[in-house]
Design a protein around this ligand. Structure first.
Ligand SMILES: *Cc1c(COP(=O)(O)O)cnc(C)c1O
Length: 644
């Protein structure tokens, strides 16, 4: 062990990977260098070692990559949000109540929604749906008569009828009008069915969220009514004798709001609209402030796109306080408060575990070089390159080494094209060049600081770790909108990482890579990881994937959904957890089926071809049976690489 290894502690790993900065209190680096999970804030001693989880996954015969869901974290986030509102309401002396809803689109998995509904039951925490399919799910799952079901998104007649069915079932279903024509449709159907609907209006707010989703708000927003349309809505309902049906004012200025100022501005504006409507004789019961409560993906607590400059408590305090101030100024009652935080509820609870299955090296020693010994009468460019190679170790000016070597390499190529340098001499020059680069890379991988001029060299020379997963399935936003996700090794964090690399997935798409990481309070292109060992699998985790990433994946390269394990903590268990459920990911036949293939017919076609070869004597009968079984096993198997 080198001296620098001895000095490396888990505190250094914490500084590097920032686990406690983005972990929401749920993740820590353990003394043994493994990632630990502490699902209960009030039981810090209840620690689950991620390595034990990996062992148990393997023992259960579940193949990687795997989505690991921590159901306790999901429950804890529901409690955190509802408690934060309850605390702020009592501290401020706010007169209304909090009736939050979970927007299903953020993670529609039945087990996720079920757990949220169950944990939210004591708080009358409800659901939000934005499509017919989500509404069908919400109607079946939201059985608490005191919790709300809020319906956003564009609606057709069937959607409206379903909403009114919800009312018949005794649920508080709020139909939020997104455009004026929906109002006419809703009133028509309600009259036909003789039901009083609960109606909300979505306002276009001029305050816009800053960050990637700022177009969700503002006057050009896709959804919502202008102030004039809201007034017309209220008047129309009055004419129809239905003004008592107008129950809720809704606005949503975007997801992942990075700056608390945009929250404040939106609340003030929304509260003003509520107050004016009240004074016009429309006493709404609820104000719904939408989603947007951000997640600190990069751990910087800043206004970076991947962060936010406030805590959940501050967000909640601003909502409650902001509403109260306007109501008091305008002398109107405090409405009940609804929020639709999705990201904040689900992001932490799941992660993707993938095994690093290889290293893609940039030419260095990955390609076998030629003999570089001195040859009589060799070209001066070859000798020059050899001299540089001899100087790397002792040189204090590594920049010069890099520049000279790069220059000679270019000269060698030019000389080759002019037929001055032979093919063999070119090969010797290049071999020497890559030996120099390998030495430089080794040197800087261990260095704490890389001069800015050399960062490009570092990037060009860095390895890629090949990971058994698909970005398009498991982290779609990293590809689509440069979403940053924390990525950390699950073990060995008590060892100094010796490799800086980016990650490549197993799709055949050159976009299938991750090269943006939050590292040591900065956003870098390379992630420090450990050298791979032949006898020990190396697993890394992509964290905070529970919101959107979990469910937005596509079928690129027909990889399909991942195997999932659902982890529940248990203080009495020696490992402090058990696997409550394994949900099988896509089998090859599932994904083929979606693309209109008939896997059974495929298997019998291939069997027929094998039989034909057996009949001709090209394949032995026993071997033929073996091939037939093998094809069938593969078609029923997992889509990802089989590792161990
Ligand atoms: C997407 C969406 C949400 C959820 O937003 P988060 O930022 O994930 O909390 C809430 N409300 C509406 C209307 C949405 O479209």
């Amino acid at each position: 062990m080198a001296a620098s290894d001895k000095e490396w502690t888990i505190n250094d790993a914490e500084k590097l990977y920032g686990v406690s900065r983005w972990g929401g209190g749920y993740f820590q680096i353990g003394d043994n260098g493994n990632l630990h999970i502490t699902p209960h804030a009030d039981h810090p001693d209840l620690r689950i070692d991620f390595n034990d989880v990996l062992t148990e996954i393997r023992q259960a015969g579940v193949q990687f990559p795997v989505v690991v869901r921590f159901h306790d974290i999901l429950r804890a986030q529901v409690v955190r949000l509802n408690t934060a509102f309850a605390d702020a309401i009592s501290t401020c002396g706010y007169q209304g109540q909090y009736r939050g809803v979970y927007p299903i689109k953020v993670n529609q998995m039945r087990e996720v929604v079920e757990e949220i509904v169950n944990a939210g039951n004591p708080f009358q925490y409800g659901l939000e749906a934005g499509s017919k399919a989500e509404l069908l799910a919400a109607l079946a799952m939201n059985t608490n008569p005191d919790s709300l079901t809020v319906l956003n998104g564009y609606k057709d007649e069937e959607f409206m009828r379903l909403a009114l069915l919800g009312g018949k079932l005794g649920n508080r279903v709020l139909v939020v009008v997104e455009k004026y024509s929906e109002l006419l449709l809703l009133v028509k159907i309600a009259k036909e069915l003789n039901i009083d609907p609960m109606i909300g209006v979505r306002a276009k707010i001029t305050a816009v969220g800053r960050g990637k989703w700022e177009s969700s708000g503002g006057e050009r927003a896709k959804f919502g009514l202008t102030i004039a349309e809201i007034i017309n809505t209220a008047r129309y309902l009055q004419e129809q004798g239905m003004s008592h049906c107008l129950n809720l004012l809704h606005f949503h200025i975007g997801s992942q709001l990075t700056d608390i100022r945009s929250v404040k501005e939106a609340i003030t504006e929304g509260a003003m609209i509520y107050a004016e409507l009240h004074k016009m004789g429309f006493p709404l019961d609820y104000v719904d402030v939408g989603g947007g409560l951000g997640i600190d993906y990069d751990g910087s607590a800043s206004t970076n796109d991947s962060s936010r400059n406030y805590s959940m408590q501050e967000y909640v305090a601003n909502v409650v306080q902001g509403m109260k101030e306007v109501c008091e100024l305008e002398q109107v009652p405090h409405p009940h408060l609804v929020s639709e935080s999705g990201r904040a509820i689900t992001a932490h609870h799941s992660c993707v575990v993938t095994q690093v299955v290889g290293e893609i090296r940039t030419n260095i020693s990955g390609t076998r070089g030629v003999d570089t010994g001195v040859v009589d009468g060799e070209h001066i460019i070859v000798s020059n390159m050899r001299d540089i190679a001899g100087e790397v170790a002792d040189s204090s000016n590594k920049q010069r080494i890099y520049n000279d070597a790069s220059r000679y390499k270019e000269q060698a190529m030019d000389a080759f094209k002019l037929r001055v340098l032979s093919l063999e001499e070119l090969a010797r020059t290049e071999t020497l060049y890559w030996q120099i680069m390998a030495q430089l890379q080794e040197y800087y991988a261990a260095a704490d600081y890389v001069p800015e001029e050399l960062q490009e060299m570092e990037l060009n020379l860095a390895s890629q770790y090949l990971c058994n997963f698909s970005i398009f399935q498991s982290a779609a936003d990293t590809w689509a909108i440069d979403q940053l996700l924390p990525v950390v090794p699950l073990t060995r964090m008590n060892e100094k990482p010796q490799v800086k690399c980016s990650l490549a997935d197993i799709t055949c798409d050159s976009d299938g890579k991750i090269d943006q990481f939050p590292v040591a309070r900065e956003i870098t292109n390379l992630l420090p990881l450990h050298k791979l060992r032949a006898d020990e699998p190396y697993f890394i985790g992509l964290f905070l994937t529970g919101a959107y990433q979990d469910v937005m994946g596509d079928m690129h390269n027909l990889f399909g959904r991942l195997n999932e394990v659902h982890i529940v903590s248990d203080a009495d268990d020696p490992q402090k957890f058990y696997i409550e459920e394994v949900v099988k990911g896509s089998a090859v036949n599932d994904v083929l089926d979606i693309m209109q293939y008939n896997p059974e017919a495929m298997a019998s076609d291939v069997k027929r071809m094998i039989d034909k070869q057996v009949a001709c004597g090209n394949i032995k009968p026993r071997e033929g049976v073996g091939w037939t079984d093998f094809y069938e096993a593969c078609i029923n198997g997992y889509t990802y690489l089989k590792t161990s």
